[in-house]
Design a binder for this molecule. Sequence first.
Ligand code: YSA
Length: 231
Amino acid sequence: MNNKIGHPHPLTSVIRDIYTIFREIGYDVAQGPELETEFYNFDALNIPKDHPARDMQDTFWIKSKERKVLRTHTSAVQIRYMEKHEPPFKIIVPGKVFRNEATDATHEAQFHQIEALCVGKDVSLADLKGVLTYFFKRFFGDDVVVRFRPSFFAFTEPSVEVDMEWKGKWLEMGGAGMVHPKVFESSGVDAIKWSGFAFGFGIDRLVMLKYGIDDIRLLYQGDLRLVNQFS
Ligand code: YSA
């Protein structure tokens, strides 16, 4: 018998590595639907009706009675989780997301994100910075330098963009911030009693940097010449 045993796709391996790192510091894994309602993808996240992210260019709208979308980010799962669970909690949410945009070497119409949500007593921006820096150092090695730039997301206040220094250049890895009181309100969490941080990253970008893959589209073509290099 000479049966060949299969092996995980590099995206799967990276998602498993992420699970391991976050599980060790007490995070659970949560999931949500890829076909999402406008409420969870936008409204409950304090993204106003006239926000450019809702444009036809960015969002795949689905014809249905209830206005539905292919989720544009894993942040939608924050609300679903908070509706059903009492704080304190710490979760990560990996999954596919979809955007109606032109593809190139760093952008796909379907890609993967990982969301994190940590809600508890006196959770602060310092905790967010500590957890993110810890993650990047565990994932890429101790020499990695992470920086935080002020930014804007409707669902966090304050908000930051997270960059990592890679081969002398700063690369944008994802967005993050302190959960906005309106987001807590939409999900029935008492914003006076609890505070929290959240962040969201493109997993594909982590895979590309870790394995030196220079075109995101290679991850989705099912080409065994690529996949078999990771056995
Ligand atoms: C921000 C604050 C939070 O509290 C929680 C999450 C976030 C992130 C927010 N939901 C979001 O989606 N921000 S983002 O549009 O800047 O995307 C995050 C990351 O996804 C990007 O930094 C990039 O790594 C990746 N990304 C975005 N569009 C992509 C893509 N990767 C591949 N192809 C695309 N088309």
